[in-house]
Design a protein around this ligand. Structure first.
Ligand code: ADP
Ligand code: MG
Length: 677
């Protein structure tokens, strides 16, 4: 049996079970072994029957006097006696008629369950019992507890995993021996087994260290290989023209922040090289990334090159085109700016494409429309990707391919990824951080509130709406289901229409067609809606200066960084703005949520999320769940540093990846997801 074998090759796995495992993302034996426990329960402490106390207990005992009967219709009882050299205790199973036949009288068992008083008698109810001579998975050890799905229990998964680790007992090592030696790591076979069935807490720690190291090592290696793959590529040089930059800055209606100055300077230095720029600008919502991009574009245009700015939505693309038209117009370059989006009339699109091919347009702003086959670029030298996490690798690659050679690339994101995470994820990138907001920005008054105060809240909201302002309402879910608890956009939409009778309300969510989404957003922008009920699809940087209220339903269900992004949608105009974080009930808000009332720094909030909820909280704001670190903690800087160092050493030693097939396949998959070249 090998790790790549389909899960159905495992004893006892038929098509039906395979389907359920598929729901959990488990299709092969290897994926089952990689399906790590969510948590553990400690049944390792074996007590003598003479010392037994009420509560969860584990015994080592022989089982005798088994009786099995129906006490009434639909109620079956199996009873038995467990004995060791200090005494006996009663075992009771309800509605498990198969139990009796499975018990071997006289054999040694591990028995785990709750010892308690029931109907005036002490007994252990519905215990797990496993032969000591077997490989016990439910008793007498630290027990793994798995994330389950309908019709598949943790206990079943336990048995399957045991089967898998026993069957695949020659689990091959896939890291180089020197990596293990240098970093004191245990071998894969032991780590995988111990991760599921640890022999003790220390052993579990060692397993986590090894597997966590491996995750970061693979990510780092993927990033380094991506970087290496383009190392020989050459971009066109863009010389820095000081007078032009000065002129541009002097025409701005504001003074650049120090952070903007610093980042622009870093970009200008990159552009002067033939080595392709590959830089990520991280800047909180409103930190002024657009003008930074415009200054990069300015130099490229001056050099006779074309610049393409790709944004995830048509509205955003339009806004960017307007901004660039204004900014570049101040230095006489307005007529170089063009727009290409799906929503244009065919004639307009045709014209834009012609002007692009001829080179008349040097600054093209667009959506995915930019990457269709019909678009030919004349001399594409710089690509700017706004909200980069919204784009897949393929889309970015296609745009690059339009250049015919390697263009310089600037990625921009408002998702505040802590630097440690950014480096691990995107080790091939240079990262610039805009960690300063322009002066005079208004603070968004943020307040946690509960359904009890909804009537009062609605009243004060209505005053704002009456004064001509607008409100976003964001919901954690799209559709009304059994478990949505009234929090889906569909349900909230209905409620809001009743609560704010007479106001016009729009609905926007991810399941809608993209033209309908754009239309809903456009109507809100045009003030045709007073209120827009939506899901997190509005996260992306659209500017609606008249919107001053952000109401977030089921706030505890969101990540901190995500809520921070959402509230950045308001406070973009002259009016005081508000973010209301609505709880689901009257419970006290978490400390996590409270941080939002007092903290306005997106990076601090992201760090906090990372500490409290793990990397998933940050990755959740990206589109690829495949990057989830399941074992490593990104707060474990020592582990990350050593894994990154090992990945660099792997490259320096010129180790052929082919030598390690499993490592190769994992790293190849990661490269495809993370590639930012
Ligand atoms: P984001 O980083 O979220 O993309 P934008 O580039 O959209 O931010 O900028 C937000 C707003 O701040 C815009 O209206 C822009 O003109 C303005 N702005 C940018 N830089 C400055 C600055 N240094 N001082 C004042 N306002 C600025
Ligand atoms: Mg922006």
């Amino acid at each position: 049996m090998t790790l790549n074998d389909p899960i159905t090759d495992l004893k006892g796995v038929g098509d039906e079970l395979a389907k359920k495992l598929g729901v959990l993302g488990v299709h092969t034996v290897g994926e089952l072994i990689d399906y790590y426990p969510r948590r553990y329960e400690d049944y390792s402490n074996i007590v003598k029957i003479g010392d037994i106390r009420p509560g969860i207990v584990t015994l080592q005992a022989k089982i005798s006097s088994v009786t099995s009967r129906y006490v009434r219709r639909g109620m079956h009882i199996t009873e038995a006696l467990a004995s060791d050299d200090t005494g006996s205790v009663r075992l009771t199973w309800f509605n498990q008629p198969y139990r009796a036949a499975g018990i071997k009288p006289g054999a040694d068992y591990f028995i785990s369950g709750e010892y308690a008083l029931r109907r005036q008698r002490f007994s252990i109810t519905n215990p797990s019992a496993e032969l000591v001579s077997d490989f016990p998975v439910n008793t007498a050890r630290i027990i793994p507890v798995y994330r389950v799905t309908k019709g598949l229990k943790s206990g079943q998964i336990r048995k399957l995993v045991r089967e898998a680790v026993v069957q695949a007992k020659e689990l091959p090592e896939h890291l180089p021996q020197w990596v293990l030696d240098d970093n004191n790591l245990i071998v894969y076979a032991r780590a995988a087994t111990q991760m599921h069935f640890p022999s003790g807490n220390k052993a579990l720690e060692l397993a986590k260290k090894r597997l966590g190291f491996e995750e970061v090592f693979e990510l780092s290696l993927a990033a380094l290989l991506n970087k290496q793959a383009v190392a020989h590529e050459k971009s066109l040089k863009v010389p820095f023209k000081q007078d032009l930059a000065k002129k541009f800055v002097s025409e701005l209606p504001f003074k650049l922040t120090d952070a903007q100055r610093k980042v622009v300077w870093q970009i200008y230095q990159d552009l002067e090289k033939t080595q392709p720029m590959n830089r990520l600008i991280e800047g909180d919502v409103g930190s002024g990334k657009t003008v930074v991009a415009a200054m990069a574009a300015l130099m490229a245009i001056e050099q006779g090159l074309q610049v393409a700015l790709m944004a995830p939505t048509e509205i955003l693309a339009r806004q960017h085109a307007d901004t660039l038209y204004r900014l570049l117009g101040s230095v006489g370059q307005a007529d170089k700016v063009g727009l290409l989006i799906g929503g244009l009339k065919p004639k307009q699109k045709e014209l834009a494409r012609e002007k692009l091919a001829s080179g008349e347009i040097q600054m093209i702003v667009g959506t995915h429309a930019l990457i269709t086959d019909k678009v030919d670029m004349h001399k594409l030298g710089l690509i700017v990707i706004d909200e980069q996490h919204r784009f897949g690798v393929d889309q970015r690659k296609k745009l690059q391919a339009k250049a015919g050679h390697m263009p310089h690339v600037l990625h921009m994101t408002a998702t505040p990824i802590p630097r440690s995470l950014a480096l691990t994820l995107y080790g091939e990138l240079d990262v610039s951080i805009l960690d300063e907001l322009p002066p005079g920005r208004q603070q968004i008054a943020t307040k946690i509130t509960s359904p009890n105060s909804r009537a009062q809240l609605n009243e004060s909201i209505d005053k704002e709406l009456e004064a001509g302002r607008q409100m976003f309402v964001v919901c954690p879910l799209i559709a009304d289901t059994e478990t949505s608890g009234g929090l889906s956009a569909e349900e909230v939409y209905e409620r809001v229409r009743k609560d704010f009778e007479g106001r016009s309300v729009g609905l926007l969510h991810g399941k809608m067609k993209s033209t309908d989404k754009e239309e809903a957003m456009q109507k809100f922008l045009n003030r045709e809606y007073d209120i827009l009920v939506s899901t997190t699809v509005i996260e992306v940087g659209v500017d609606v200066p008249n919107a001053t209220i952000m109401l977030i339903e089921g706030a505890e269900r969101f990540g901190l960084a995500q809520i921070h992004q959402l509230r950045g949608r308001v406070g973009r105009g002259a009016h005081q703005s508000y973010a209301y974080l609505m709880l689901e009930g009257s419970q006290a808000p978490s400390q996590r949520l409270r941080a939002l009332e007092t903290t306005t720094d997106g990076f601090k909030l992201a760090e906090l999320d990372l500490q409290l909820r793990g990397p998933g909280a940050i990755y959740g704001t990206f589109q690829h769940g495949a990057l989830d670190l399941r074992v490593a903690k990104l707060t474990d800087l020592k582990l990350i540093a050593s894994a990154r160092k090992a990945a660099q050493a792997f490259i320096d030693k010129k180790e052929p990846l082919k030598k390690y097939p499993r490592l190769e396949s994992k790293v190849t998959a990661l490269r495809a997801i993370t590639n930012l070249n």
